[in-house]
Design a protein around this ligand. Structure first.
Ligand code: IMP
Length: 186
């Protein structure tokens, strides 16, 4: 049976405007996957998905990577509502050893940089061959501490965004686009 085209999905009423549409996200993620595949050829790549915001990005990115690689997860907490608390906690740690591996941290967004700064320091103590960051979004003007991501999907302005894995109080992660939340949130 021939598949029927799905009707267009309405924009969520809590979204003020869409910043990045799904096709734009997918095209950029494919490009990032190609670049990572070139850069890590012949190496022992482990993608470290950061729960929960990074999972949607990770799912698409790993399918765009054409190398053998492994996947592991960490869950960190630093946000409450729309603000970073600054205090980072490890809620779930890696299952496998990082020793001798080329680690690529896959994050949804770099904002103040506090979470990543903590995480990179933590991972470097575990004897990896290398540690780099791949972030879908970068709010560079919000940085409170110097951290740089080797791979960045999109630089975005200082606005609170949701969708494509990003949440506000655990809501909106399943939106297929990245959008700016109406002020006040829901
Ligand atoms: P940072 O420590 O301030 O760089 O924040 C990192 C984490 O905060 C990200 O991994 C997100 O989970 C969350 N975060 C930062 N900005 C936003 C946003 O605009 N929307 C949703 N979550 C955000």
């Amino acid at each position: 049976m021939a598949a029927k085209a799905a009707p267009p999905r309405p924009v969520h009423p809590d979204i003020e405007r869409i910043l990045l549409e799904e096709p734009q996200l997918q095209a950029r993620i494919k490009e990032m996957g190609r670049q990572i595949s070139r850069d890590y050829a012949g190496r022992k790549l482990t993608l470290i998905g950061i729960l929960r915001g990074g999972v949607v990005f990770l799912g698409d990115l790993m399918r765009a990577i054409t190398l053998d690689c492994s996947v592991d997860f960490m869950c960190l907490s630093s946000y409450s509502g729309k603000g970073s608390t600054g205090a980072v906690r490890v809620l779930l740690d890696l299952r496998d050893s990082a020793e001798g591996r080329d680690l690529l941290v896959v994050e949804d967004i770099v904002d103040t940089g506090l979470t990543l700064h903590y995480l990179l320091d933590n991972l470097r103590t575990r004897g990896p061959r290398s540690v780099e960051v791949c972030a879908l979004l970068d709010k560079a003007e919000c940085r409170k501490i110097e951290v740089s991501a080797k791979y960045v999907g999109f630089k975005i302005p200082n606005e609170f965004v949701v969708g494509f894995g990003l949440d506000y109080n655990e809501k909106y992660r399943n939106l297929p686009y990245v959008g700016v939340l109406r002020s006040g949130g829901k």
